[in-house]
Design a protein around this ligand. Structure first.
Ligand code: CA
Length: 240
């Protein structure tokens, strides 16, 4: 049986140090066990204060951060990390509960890289952690560089989009939204992050208008419009 190719990413990312911040013991144990089993170095704390201390004394490669913590909560930890230049680059993946959509949005806007909704399967957990770590090593392409993904070809300089080699006419705003999503496939953008990146181009863009532009964009992209995924209650992303 040949298993080597599937295991290669695991060995490459092994020995990365993950800090888990979680006050629920069952979840903490599950997360620790699965990370360790997959070759990660794991340290664990159960409060926001302890997380901040641990990060200062031994900066991890990634933080898995529960949002509902006693004392300093997850959002506050995220905010402090992202506003300090020494820790701003450490990826943060939030562990979230049902009904925390507005906190997820706040967290993403504070700079968290992704989130995992509880209850989650160990497989999903490991996959997300790997994806975020991989993204860090391969940063987003330069603003002006050509992007090829799925059957899309995006030429920012010429404002040109081809779908399966056929040109598609997009409005300026639709183009900007597609370009934003396509530069970071798999990355969730909230509506207001999308607004911020396209604002003032042709007219003021609102959260609601983002939804309308997405509808237009999907329609024009035809079959490939399906690559733009709605992340319920949170925003949009381009499928990886
Ligand atoms: Ca909690």
């Amino acid at each position: 049986m040949i298993v080597a190719p599937a295991q290669r990413p695991a060995t490459l990312l092994a020995r990365k140090n993950i800090l888990v911040v979680e006050d629920e013991e069952d979840i903490l144990e599950l997360v620790e066990y699965n990370l360790a089993k997959n070759g990660f170095r794991v340290s664990a704390v159960s409060s926001g204060e302890a997380a901040l201390r641990a990060i200062q004394s031994d900066p991890p490669d990634l933080v898995l951060l529960d949002l509902m913590l006693p004392g300093v909560d997850g959002l506050e930890v995220c905010k402090l990390l992202k506003s300090d230049s020494r820790t701003a680059k450490i990826p943060v993946v939030m562990l979230t509960a049902k009904g925390e959509e507005s906190d997820i949005i706040t967290g993403l806007e504070l700079g968290a890289d992704d989130y995992i909704a509880k209850p989650f399967s160990p497989k999903v957990l490991i996959a997300r952690v790997r994806t975020v770590l991989r993204r860090r090593t391969a940063d987003a392409p330069e603003e002006g560089s050509i992007i090829r993904i799925h059957d899309l070809y995006i030429h920012p300089g010429r404002h040109e989009v081809l779908v399966a080699d056929r040109p598609v006419e997009l409005t300026f705003t639709e183009f900007r939204i597609l370009h934003l999503l396509a530069r970071r496939p798999g990355w969730v953008f909230t509506r207001s992050q999308i607004v911020d990146s396209v604002r003032g181009v042709d007219y003021p863009v609102t959260d609601r208008a983002v939804d309308v532009h997405i509808v237009g964009l999907r329609k024009k992209l035809g079959q490939s419009g399906g690559y733009i995924e709605t992340v319920r209650g949170v925003g949009y992303r381009l499928k990886e």
